[in-house]
Write a protein that binds this ligand. Structure first.
Ligand code: OMP
Length: 272
């Protein structure tokens, strides 16, 4: 199944554009879990159990696992094993490199872990991104305009009268021959998001920055979605994972995810 078909199917089934970022930090999980043999895997298991009927995707930022060494590799696998087949999984490593090295990164993310999608850095250009474009069922979400303050350092620079992020988007369209590219656009720059969606009406958009980074939800929905009010993946990590630091953490995460889903659906009804 093509990535976009899988995404649309789960968004319709769960009536949800919510993605939970499993950026699990041992320093932030409830203290009682530290007595367990594998606290991070247990935390992820409980979050997934509590939310799997109300999300379209889970995104694992690989830094939180790679920092654990070999144990982290196992936890990624254990976590992915808990996620139902029909939910989209995103390996967020923001990778790319000269082709030879990028090919190894792509194999790790798509063939070892078997994520449905990866986040990919366009800075090194086409040959560095190409290894992520070879599998038509697996999507490369290219960083076009990121959510952080430093996005302005390079991404907003003007090249021949156009901001660099528009040039990057043009490239993404060229790289999309197998219909397996997506766009990462932060929710903290609504006007940029609006422009990107105007230029790119049909690609899936990954929209981080909601919650802890105070991205704007209304514009994320209004401009992040395609014309059907779909193909936007609205991602939040800390605001959901750490909604409570107590024994009720998974219920609190569910409540936070439900509130986000309902707020998103309210805006979908308003604009689509
Ligand atoms: P919270 O701020 O806790 O919701 O986490 C945001 C997550 O989204 C982290 O895993 C970031 O690495 C990721 N992210 C951004 O915050 N900004 C971006 O522009 C792109 C990403 C990403 O590619 O997911």
């Amino acid at each position: 199944m093509l990535f976009n078909q899988k995404l649309r199917a789960i968004q319709r089934k769960d009536n949800s554009l919510v993605c939970i970022g499993l950026d699990t930090d041992i320093r932030q999980i409830p203290k009682h879990l530290l007595r367990r043999a594998n606290p991070i895997a247990e935390f992820n298991r409980r979050i997934i159990e509590a939310t799997k009927d109300i999300v379209c995707a889970y995104k694992l930022n690989l830094a939180f696992y790679e920092v654990l060494g070999e144990r982290g590799w196992h936890i990624v696998h254990q976590t992915l094993d808990r996620i139902p087949e029909n939910i989209v999984t995103i390996g967020d490593g923001k990778r790319s490199d000269i082709g030879n090295s990028a090919e190894r990164y792509a194999r790790l993310i798509f063939e070892d872990y078997k994520f449905d999608a990866a986040t990919v850095n366009p800075y090194m250009g086409e040959d560095a991104v190409k290894p992520f474009l070879e599998r038509k069922e697996q999507c490369a979400f290219v960083l076009v305009a990121t959510s952080n303050r430093g996005a302005k350092d390079f991404q907003f620079l003007r090249v021949n009268g156009k901001p660099l992020y528009e040039k990057v988007l043009q490239k993404v369209h060229q790289w999309n021959a197998k219909k397996n590219c997506g766009v990462v656009a932060g929710t903290t720059y609504p006007r940029v998001l609006r422009r990107l969606r105007e230029l790119s009406p049909t690609l899936p958009f990954l929209l981080p920055g909601i919650g802890a980074q105070q991205g704007d939800l209304e514009s994320a929905v209004r401009y992040g979605c395609d014309m059907h009010g779909e193909l936007a993946i609205i991602s939040a990590s800390r605001s959901i994972l750490y909604a409570s630091s107590d024994e009720d953490f998974s219920d609190a995460a569910r409540d936070a995810a439900l509130s986000l889903r309902d707020a998103i659906n309210h805006y979908r009804e308003k604009y689509f």
